[in-house]
Design a protein around this ligand. Structure first.
Ligand SMILES: [Zn+2]
Length: 436
């Protein structure tokens, strides 16, 4: 029996607006020196406190929607999603249910297109911390994160392998960073991943179950968690058992996933429209203003570099690094345009440092560097011949079959050059010079 992986991803990204989603409190949960310093009645969930929508957060979500090729909704609203947990003092989270800000987008990966079902905006919860207070294990709540704008990006179940899941997630991170709307730091938690995983028997029909994996805080763990789950499901399915519909968490120490709670039935969050926030309406003019803010995205920059003659793998690295891209972009519109491929190769191989340097300086360094390369080639020949002359006995020993003498001769050549050079190159040169 052949099984086909069916994977969908939900990615949460905290927006780095100045203030929180529904109040004026500072949005800086990671920079706060102490817990509970950026709080007010709204983000503490006090009865009667009235939320107000952060316009910037809405615009940034729409900007992200455009970058992900989504349709922007002309009508959208916020809804209350009810559930109980200590990090959510209101007893509900303000989220979006049936009218998300953006829908029906896509991202292309190297092995196919992944549909994006929706991109919506909500508020983050407070953060629970389990620490020892006077020797007693205590759960504490930090409200600095409560009410931070949080975007959720949901794919269609289009992902077909753990590697593709990883590639997609990396692309999302690149895009939000290019848009400057989030740091998307997985270790800190400003970007969080959840995967829905199942195995299909024909690759088309969705299986009757799915397993959700949370608590994934690196791209590597995402790939590992998906691989672990797919293998676990296959084992169960081949024994005619169906994997339990549940939520699991990635455990780094166990190097696998562990069950957290079963999810036999869809949860009932009793969504209803948020009565304290007016519905949102947008005109074509509003959307044009957002579109005008859209910068060049990584994929577009990569295509542009490839067109300029830069090999694809180098073009990708350049596009991912702002300093590299800055130098290459400056070169492309300068009189040094013909240098672009050699400069791209040199900066990607870290042969020149580009941070804070102008394109002209980088070009001068790359030119000097290539001259150095030529000189060291002739220097190498001179050094090799000098050593052969000086070390007559060692050379004679080598000729008579004492292979181990070569190492000694290589060392002598390197000492003569007084520079770092690859020993294998020196050995080859010696070898051919001695045999000539
Ligand atoms: Zn507040």
């Amino acid at each position: 029996m052949t099984y086909f992986p069916i994977i969908g991803l939900e990615i949460h990204v905290e927006l780095k607006t100045n203030s929180k989603m529904f109040c004026g409190c500072k949005n800086d949960p990671f920079g706060a020196g102490k817990p509970n310093i950026y709080t007010c009645p709204v983000c503490l969930g006090m009865p009667g406190a009235l939320p107000r929508t952060n316009r910037k957060a809405v615009e940034w979500t729409q900007l992200l929607g455009l970058a992900l090729h989504c349709n922007l909704a002309t009508q959208s609203k916020f809804d209350r999603k009810h559930y109980f947990y200590p990090d959510l003092p209101k007893g509900y989270q303000i989220s979006q249910y049936d009218q998300p800000l953006c829908e029906n987008g896509y991202i292309d990966t190297s092995v196919g297109r992944i549909g994006i079902r929706r991109v919506h905006l909500e508020e983050d919860t407070a953060k629970m911390q389990h620490i020892l207070v006077h020797g007693t294990r205590t759960s504490c709540i930090d409200f600095n994160r409560s009410g931070v704008p949080l975007v959720e990006i949901v794919t269609e179940p289009d992902i077909r392998s753990p590697q593709q899941a990883r590639e997609y997630a990396k692309k999302i991170q690149e895009i939000v960073r290019t848009l400057h709307i989030s740091d998307a730091d997985m270790e800190k938690g400003s970007m969080r991943l959840e995967a829905n995983i199942s195995l299909s028997t024909d690759g088309k029909t969705l299986p009757a179950y799915k397993v959700e994996v949370k608590n994934i805080n690196s791209f590597r763990f995402l790939e590992k968690a998906c691989t672990f789950e797919l293998e676990r499901h296959e084992k169960l399915l081949t024994q005619n058992a169906v994997p339990v519909q549940e939520t699991r968490g990635w455990s780094e120490s166990k190097n696998g996933t562990v069950s957290q709670r079963s999810k036999e039935n869809a949860e009932d969050y009793r969504y209803f429209p948020e009565p304290d926030l007016p519905p949102m309406r947008f005109s074509d003019e509003d959307f044009e203003k957002i579109r005008a803010q859209l910068p060049e995205l990584p994929e577009d920059a990569i295509s542009r570099y490839i067109l300029a003659g830069i090999p694809e793998n180098i073009a990708r690295t350049v596009a991912q690094n702002r300093s590299f891209a800055g130098v290459i972009d400056a070169l492309l519109v300068s009189s040094h345009k013909n240098m672009v491929v050699s400069v791209a190769q040199a900066i990607v191989n870290k042969k020149v440092l580009v941070e804070g340097k102008s394109a002209d300086v980088v070009v001068a360094e790359v030119t000097a560097f290539s001259k150095n390369d030529e000189i060291s080639e002739s220097n190498l020949q001179t050094a090799v011949h000098a050593v052969i002359e000086e070390q007559e006995k060692a050379v004679a020993d080598f000729r008579s079959g004492k292979q181990q003498v070569l190492g000694f001769l290589v060392g002598m050549v390197i000492r003569k050059l007084g520079k770092k050079i690859d020993a294998k190159t020196v050995a080859e040169k010696l070898h051919s010079a001695i045999q000539a």
